[in-house]
Design a protein. Structure first.
Length: 317
């Protein structure tokens, strides 16, 4: 499996997958850089107590913003911190934001994105209240538009820059191996920008025999548009990723032909209409794990350490 998120997050996911016996490699397709305007970040901290809500588009945004906190400054008691998923929520709590002030979709939610978060925020009165969006230099405007339509005053600050990757020799060699033998590799994408950066790294490449997992569904559509021949949507969470990663072995190395009357092997990548969920992970064997130890191994990934700041949920930031 090839993990494409920024290096800090990919490292944690790679280690967790390898503990389950799944071969995982990192090819970061987004690099994280310093904020474009540190003074704007400082002003945001000065004005924070007047904000009813601060939305962090990703764990990258949370980590970079909270790293700029002035010495001795506590999180304001009247300000909520909103996150699109559990990775960002965990980064906020780890940085000292009180758990009772963190708003995020529950860990078992079908998606972790702005839409899932808005379902929690929409019932609240927003007229006349101030909201800060913390993200990269660019990001989706959807949540801000919903809040503005509900009467909130919305402003944004860039806590970091999202940069095009510059793979090292090992990264370039990994990309060439994946292009040369596409059916032996399974890509995982959580960002449309990562896919666009991949296209820039390999212009004109034929992806028709390549396979990918995507979270959430809108990322799968970008992968299909790029030309990936097989794309499956998987549910958020490490257990679903582990289960799906294990299934790829049946396509890359089908093994002996089944005997007469044998049931056909399960497809390596499920169609997009049937996302692999944590519940699926609880009933699947995970190839690459020693015989007799599959379901608990996949589940155990959920107990793996939370990625360090720099990780991201499905919402681009």
């Amino acid at each position: 499996m090839i993990l494409t998120r920024p290096a800090a997050q990919a490292a944690a996911a790679r280690e967790a997958l390898q503990r389950c016996g799944i071969e995982a490699h990192s090819l970061p397709l987004i690099d994280i850089g310093p904020p474009p305007d540190p003074a704007a970040l400082a002003r945001a901290w000065q004005e924070l107590a007047g904000d009813a809500l601060v939305f962090f588009a990703s764990a990258n945004a949370a980590g970079q913003f909270l790293a700029a906190r002035p010495a001795g400054r506590q999180w304001p008691a009247g300000t909520l911190a909103a996150a699109p998923g559990p990775g960002t929520a965990a980064a906020l709590r780890a940085a000292g934001v009180p758990a009772g002030q963190v708003v995020a979709p529950l860990a078992g939610s079908a998606t972790f994105d702005s839409e899932a978060l808005w379902a929690l925020l929409a019932p609240q009165p927003w007229s006349g209240r101030r909201v800060l969006l913390v993200r990269g230099e660019q990001g989706r405007e959807w949540l801000g538009e919903q809040l503005q339509a509900a009467g909130a005053t919305v402003r944004a600050v860039a806590a970091y820059r999202r940069l095009a990757p510059r793979p090292d020799d090992a990264g370039r060699a990994l990309l060439q191996r994946a292009l040369a033998r596409p059916r032996q590799w399974l890509w995982h994408f959580g960002s449309a920008e990562a896919l666009r950066n991949l296209q820039a790294l390999a212009p004109g490449a034929d992806w028709s025999a390549s396979r990918a997992l995507a979270t959430p569904p809108r990322i799968a559509e970008v992968a299909r548009a790029l030309g990936f021949g097989q794309v499956a949507v998987i549910a958020p969470g490490a257990a679903a990723l582990a289960a799906a990663a294990g299934l790829e072995a049946s396509d890359a190395d089908p093994g002996p032909s089944p005997g007469p009357g044998a049931a056909p092997a399960e497809a390596a990548v499920r169609p997009a209409s049937g996302a692999v969920t944590p519940a699926d992970a609880a009933s699947m064997r995970v190839p690459g794990v020693s015989d007799g130890a599959s379901v608990p191994a996949a589940r155990a990934l959920d107990a793996a350490p939370v990625p360090a700041p720099g990780a991201a949920d499905s919402a681009p930031g």
